[in-house]
Design a protein around this ligand. Structure first.
Ligand code: AP5
Ligand code: MG
Length: 220
């Protein structure tokens, strides 16, 4: 069992790297943003409450997001080799809830990977991102294009831009990240599981550095 978190600001490459890490290490990738978007798309009670926060680039309130994501985390931890969590926790209160949730089942977080990328690069990455609405695979118009323009390599679905990937909302997401999510790094630094990486290189370069670290950690 190996559980890890991938952290970083919006556009840092959490989803991109988590998908590749999950494949290499046979882990389950669980992205809180995908869980929230599915609830919003399904017009569930929780999704309807979360919608306005997401569209404005704000965080969904802690209790609401924990109620949406908690059961998925438990299932993912129980059902295989472990999980790559992406996008949760995003506040110190969420980090505490996660620690409690794992400890209740005798589980723990083995690694926390933080991807560091400068602000302007993040805006470019997000305004040029394309996402598959069916499988959530992530592309970039220039840096990581699909093989066939506008179509997902995995399932052929038509790719789309996320509604929160416009510049005004992106800048708000970055502000919220610095304000509410950066303190989570200190939470994990104090617990000696945080490892920081330069996330500004090419996708494959970042992946090789991160996966080398994780494979060493797993083997140790
Ligand atoms: P979420 O979906 O988690 O969005 P985010 O944190 O803003 O992060 P992104 O998914 O935008 O970026 P990413 O780091 O995954 O980058 P990606 O790999 O796609 O959350 C969305 C919303 O949901 C929140 O705003 C909030 O409302 C709500 N929410 C979710 N979780 C919550 C929680 N725990 N609490 C409260 N609310 C919550 O890459 C971006 C682009 O860059 C892609 O085009 C990619 O191809 C490209 N790229 C990636 N790496 C590189 C590279 N190395 N070089 C060049 N291009 C690259
Ligand atoms: Mg993502």
């Amino acid at each position: 069992m190996f559980n890890m978190l991938i952290m970083g600001p919006p556009g840092a490459g959490k989803g991109t790297q988590a998908q590749a890490i999950a494949k290499r290490l046979s882990l389950k990738h669980l992205a809180s943003g995908d869980v929230v978007r599915a609830e919003v798309g399904g017009k569930t009670v929780a999704g309807q409450k979360a919608k306005a926060y997401m569209e404005a680039g704000k965080l969904v309130p802690d209790d609401l997001v924990t109620s949406m994501v908690g059961s998925h985390i438990k299932t993912a931890c129980e059902s295989g080799n472990g999980v790559v969590l992406d996008g949760y926790p995003r506040t110190v209160a969420q980090a505490r809830s996660l620690t409690e949730l794992l400890e209740r089942d005798g589980l723990k977080m083995h690694a926390v990977v933080n991807l560091k990328v400068p602000g302007e690069a993040l805006v470019d990455r997000l305004v040029n991102r394309l996402t598959c609405p069916k499988c959530n695979w992530v592309y970039h118009k220039r840096n990581n294009p699909p093989k066939v323009e506008g179509k997902c390599d995995k399932d052929g679905a038509a790719l789309a831009s996320r509604p929160d990937d416009n510049e005004t909302v992106i800048r708000e997401r970055l502000r919220v990240y610095h304000d509410q999510t950066e303190p989570v790094l200190a939470y994990y630094r104090e617990r000696s599981v945080l490892q920081e990486f330069d996330g500004s290189g090419a996708i494959d370069e970042v992946f090789e550095c991160v996966v080398r670290y994780l494979e060493n950690l797993k083997g140790a």
